[in-house]
Design a protein around this ligand. Structure first.
Ligand code: PEP
Ligand code: MG
Length: 566
């Protein structure tokens, strides 16, 4: 038995057999040459080569427009490599000798890459260009053969270097026993998604995980943050179901202040999990998951159906839908999201909706206003909020788009209503402008995953700085306090939908800080709901004051454990 440590992301443990998810450049051993059809493999290579030329041409044009001709020239070099007689000849010869196209590509690039690696100075960098061209070809040639993550054998534990949000979105939560990754942090979208679907998961386990072969038995313990290879009985016994009872009703503190405990969802499948866990509605519907893992965006009608489904799953509750938040770690290939050096500081969230994705934003707002109108007579309601707002100007622009879409629908005689509107507080800019933002909307929702990343300047994806990505730092807590006060002064209700809201050890602090709503991965709803009735709000506010006076995280952590013991 061997135990490895990582970051647990779901308070659940699962056991199963390892299935490796290999990237496109990791190839299995080649099959028997007698089973390879050289004509078919040659055709596969040629079509990947053609597709690579087209991609490079597009990237060249974009780069030339944005950065100028000099920068764009690198793509000419890449295109030249694609037609290099030595490389192409090598690929063709290897295929004729019985290798499949991907293996032939890998082999033909090996010597040229090694030759450049052995040179000094700038020529050595050419090796990187060659690797880039090779990987592009491999990606294109293996695309059709990518593992179907939605169809893994029951009881599999998926093990991967890393998983993207769209990889995770394909997983069948009922079939898989868990997943573990070499890289990744607790608030990466893959981790959040695992939590919403109650999939046991541990991320950031490190390179040692690479040693675990396919078919080995593995316990993934998301509670302890460990993976156990070839588990003994004690480790197997960790695999059990949470005992916390589900609370269907809304909950209030001891003094009678209601705290809404809602769920975060990204897909329609998660709506059922949220309802089963007793969530008081949806506090964050991450609509970008409707756009991932497909060839073209969902149209207005498809979105209308999705929002209507969410409202129907919670007919007497509020459903807060967030408008498209792509960019950052959620690129969407068909939208031509740019390759950026700092994607989390680049074109993401509302910036895209007000810029290159303006048409998508309009279609989304139309679908939302129609769903709100058609649901007006039910006991529940729709609310809409905007992600990654950093300035009042952005919020004003988004609100004016809502107004113009409403006028357009009215002109077309289409039933609609303007839903309750809110803004996510995820950037220091929005914290400092929270008063002005609250004047313009009816609620603020604090996204602590991003807020922590931007306040602490520590990427939510980078395990090397994961220690800094902790909302218990006083700077983050003070940003939260400021937001709650500004929101309430402006008569806005204030919620929190970052992962912090779902940590049961922090419920007392968050209620003490005055939050009105907490929205979280569905799986943590019962634990947080169980805490609320135990809380006396005046005492919690005093404890929060003491904690907010702390100057270090260490002191915060110490005070949290003292308060808990009281
Ligand atoms: C957040 O940033 O806290 C948040 C809820 O949004 P997301 O995790 O989807 O970026
Ligand atoms: Mg966010």
């Amino acid at each position: 038995m061997t135990e490895l440590s990582g970051t647990g992301v779901t308070p659940r443990a699962g056991i199963g057999r390892v299935v490796w998810y290999r990237g496109t450049t990791d190839l299995e051993d080649p099959p028997d040459p007698a089973t390879v059809d050289p004509d078919e493999e040659l055709a596969a290579f040629e079509s990947a080569q053609e597709a690579a030329h087209e991609e490079l041409e597009r990237e060249r044009e974009r780069t030339s427009e944005r950065l100028g001709e000099d920068e764009a020239e690198i793509f000419d070099a890449h295109r030249a490599f694609l037609d290099d007689p030595e490389i192409v000849g090598g690929i063709e010869a290897a295929i004729e000798n019985g290798l499949p196209a991907p293996h032939a590509i890998r082999r033909a690039f090996t010597d040229p890459i090694a030759r450049f690696e052995n040179l000094d100075g700038p020529m050595a960098e050419r090796a990187d260009d060659l690797r880039d061209v090779r990987d592009r070809l491999l990606r294109l040639v293996t695309d059709g053969d990518r593992m179907d993550l939605g169809d893994l054998p029951d009881g599999s534990v998926l093990v991967a270097e890393r998983l993207t949000p769209s990889d995770t979105a394909q997983l069948d939560a009922d079939a898989i026993a868990g997943f573990a990754t070499i890289f990744g942090g607790r608030t990466s979208h893959a981790a959040i998604f695992a939590r919403s679907l109650a999939i046991p998961a541990v991320v950031g386990v490190g390179e040692e995980l690479a040693q675990v072969g396919d078919g080995r038995e593995l316990v993934v313990d998301g509670e302890q943050g460990t993976v156990v290879i070839d588990p003994d009985d004690e480790a197997r016994n960790r695999v059990s179901v949470s005992e916390t009872p589900i609370v269907e009703d809304h909950v209030s503190t001891a003094g009678g202040r209601e705290i809404e405990v809602a769920a975060n969802v990204g897909t329609l499948a998660e709506l059922d999990v949220a309802a089963e866990q007793g969530a008081d509605g949806i506090g964050l519907f991450r609509t970008e998951f409707l756009f991932l893992d497909r060839e073209a965006p969902p149209d207005e009608e498809e979105q209308y159906e999705a929002y209507t489904a969410a409202l129907s799953a919670f007919p007497d509750e509020r459903v807060v839908v967030r408008t498209l938040d792509i960019g950052g770690d959620k690129p969407i290939p068909y939208l031509d999201t740019p390759d950026e050096a700092n994607p989390f500081l680049g074109e993401r969230g509302i910036r895209r909706s007000l810029g290159p994705d303006s048409d998508l934003f309009e279609a989304q707002l139309r679908a939302l206003l129609r769903a709100a109108g058609d649901h007006e007579d039910s006991g529940g309601s729709l609310a809409v909020m905007f992600p990654l707002v950093a300035s009042v100007e952005e919020l004003d622009a988004a609100l004016s788009r809502v107004e113009s879409v409403a006028a357009e629908l009215a002109g077309e005689g289409i039933n609609h209503a303007v839903p309750e509107l809110g803004v996510m507080i995820e950037t220091p800019g929005s914290v400092f402008m929270a008063e002005a933002l609250a004047e313009r909307v009816s609620f603020l929702s604090i996204g602590t995953n991003d807020l922590t990343q931007y306040v602490m300047a520590a990427s939510r994806e980078n395990e090397r700085v994961s220690d800094l990505h902790d909302p218990r730092y006083p700077a983050v807590l003070r940003a939260i306090r400021r937001t709650v006060q500004a929101g309430h002064d402006g008569d806005a209700w204030v919620g929190m939908c970052g992962e912090m809201a779902g940590d049961p050890a922090l419920t007392d602090l968050l209620v003490g800080l005055g939050l009105d709503e907490l929205s979280m991965s569905a799986i943590t709803v019962p634990d947080v709901k169980a805490n609320v009735p135990e809380i006396d709000t005046d005492d919690a506010a005093e404890r929060a004051d003491r904690i907010l006076a702390a100057q270090t995280r260490e002191e915060v952590v110490r005070l949290l454990s003292v308060e808990e013991a009281e």
